[in-house]
Design a protein around this ligand. Structure first.
Ligand code: TYD
Ligand code: MG
Length: 453
């Protein structure tokens, strides 16, 4: 039996039927089956017509040319999406409350609208007047975005179905509720059901949806990780409170590179894009200071230079403190252990504080060498030259391992006026002639040559 003629759908679970029924066989819910207009246009309908017919992969390019991506013109946002918004895709934007998600998405919605796309922004947290006030503050009142303040998902889906925007922003998924689900809005089952409805709708009707999700203290999108599995793209909006920098990071993307970042700065008039993050992250550096090392890293597809800061001080009796911001604390423990076991430099009896300046989160193992250098510099009270960058992975034996994209890292450093680099031996060099590169085989060499210990 073909499903193409189905015109009744369960709003609870999305199951399709050819006839109306009082109870959905698939999910057991009562009175959830509603009539749907027959599928006509849109990528969903197109996929159905080719169902059951295998086509060579090579043919798809000509027959089913992918719909062009929508660019918002907001460069940092488009970059994180992998070059713009894929039509009919579902995107989750997660982040701590108050980090700036609503601000970001209102700005993005306005950008898409100005670029000619039909955009609906639905807020379940603020009244339309409040959203308009925010838009005024952001200078977006002229953008042709349709606003809605609604939390009843069924009404929202009806609106979306009649309006058929290219993009709908749902702020936030935790405020949405379906009357078919018993529990309160924000509960796992509500969030899951609402997300499922919206994602299914996105695919079926060719509407791209962006879901906003608050992150709980445990660092999860409140309620279910399930939402992350349902959507095509998961973006996190992060930053340290009190810092003006905000990073939009893609942690999953079916249509682009994961780990891509977009950098923004929170100002009095909303978020402004930061096209050259390295300059920003390094901007506060002045005189040489012990405990500071510049790491030439790669974030997504572009090089980003950041300052790693360490502070080492005598610890009171008891177990010393290990405080890390912006880096993995397990990685710090490993590097401290390698310094002690392979280089004979213990940190026992010393408190260690480690920080990535500017609020960036660094997860590359390539940061090991810069972390070790910052720690040694702090411990020995010897400042590193201000024009030096470092990168390289440290293995448990203390050996330095080459990392990818050496050229890009060095080029970025050269562009920002750095003139020397310390890198692992056997790195594939090139591309930056104005930088004096020192290759080192292991951490002991770094200690001996740079700190004379
Ligand atoms: P918001 O977008 O409401 O955060 P979220 O939706 O993630 O909860 O942003 C709230 C914070 O942003 C608030 O502390 C004020 C700040 N902000 C600015 O600094 N400048 C602005 O132009 C706007 C609109 C907000
Ligand atoms: Mg908000």
């Amino acid at each position: 039996m073909s499903k193409t003629s189905a015109s009744f759908t369960c709003t609870g679970c999305g199951a399709s039927y050819r006839k109306w029924a009082g109870r959905c066989d698939a999910c057991g819910a009562w009175n959830t089956i509603v009539e749907e207009a027959p599928l006509s246009k849109g990528p969903g309908a197109k996929a159905l017509t080719t169902r059951g017919k295998a086509v060579p992969l090579s043919d798809l390019s000509s027959e089913d040319a992918p719909l062009p991506r929508l660019a918002s013109g907001m460069g940092e946002f488009d970059r994180v999406l992998g070059g713009g918004l894929v039509p009919a895709s579902a995107i989750l934007v997660g982040g701590d409350p108050g980090i700036g998600k609503s601000t970001l998405l209102l700005q993005a919605a306005a950008s898409f609208a100005r670029a000619g796309a039909k955009v609906l922004y639905i807020s379940g947290e603020e009244a339309s007047a409040q959203v308009r006030m925010r838009a005024q503050r952001l200078g977006l009142t002229d953008a042709p975005v349709q606003l809605g303040a609604e939390t009843a998902l069924r009404d929202i889906l009806t609106t979306l179905d009649t309006e058929r925007p290219a993009l709908a922003v749902i702020d936030s998924i935790q405020t949405m509720w379906l009357d078919t689900v018993e529990s309160a809005p924000g509960s796992v089952s509500q969030v899951r059901a609402a997300a499922h409805e919206l994602v299914t709708f996105a695919k079926r009707r060719g509407v791209a949806v962006i879901l906003v999700g608050h992150v709980t203290k445990e660092g999860q999108i409140a309620g279910p990780r399930v939402v992350e599995h349902m959507v095509d793209t998961v973006l996190y909006f992060e930053g340290e409170r009190g810092h003006q920098f905000r990073i939009l990071r893609s942690v999953k993307n079916r249509f682009g590179p994961a780990d891509e970042i977009g950098v923004f700065e929170m100002t009095g008039a909303g978020l402004s894009e930061v096209a050259n993050p390295s300059a920003l992250f390094l901007s506060a550096r002045d005189a040489p200071a012990p405990g500071s090392a510049v790491f030439a890293g790669i974030e997504g597809t572009r090089p980003v230079l950041t300052e790693i800061q360490a502070l080492v001080s005598p610890a009171p009796p008891g177990s010393p403190r290990r405080t890390v911001v912006g880096l993995d604390s397990g990685r710090l423990s490993t590097i401290l252990a390698v310094l002690e076991a392979r280089c004979g430099i213990p940190f026992t009896g010393l408190d260690v504080f480690l920080n990535v300046a500017g609020g960036l989160r660094v997860s590359e193992p390539a940061a090991d060498l810069a972390v070790a250098a910052a720690l040694l510099s702090a411990r020995e009270d010897v400042a590193l030259p201000t024009d030096m960058v470092l990168f390289g992975e440290i293995s448990l034996s203390g050996a330095l391992r080459p990392v990818g994209q050496t050229e890009n890292r060095l080029k970025e450093a050269q562009k920002l006026g750095f003139s020397q680099a310390v890198v692992p031996a056997r790195s594939r060099l090139g591309g930056a002639d104005a930088i004096r590169v020192r290759e080192m085989t292991d951490l002991t060499a770094v200690v001996g040559e740079m700190f004379g210990a």
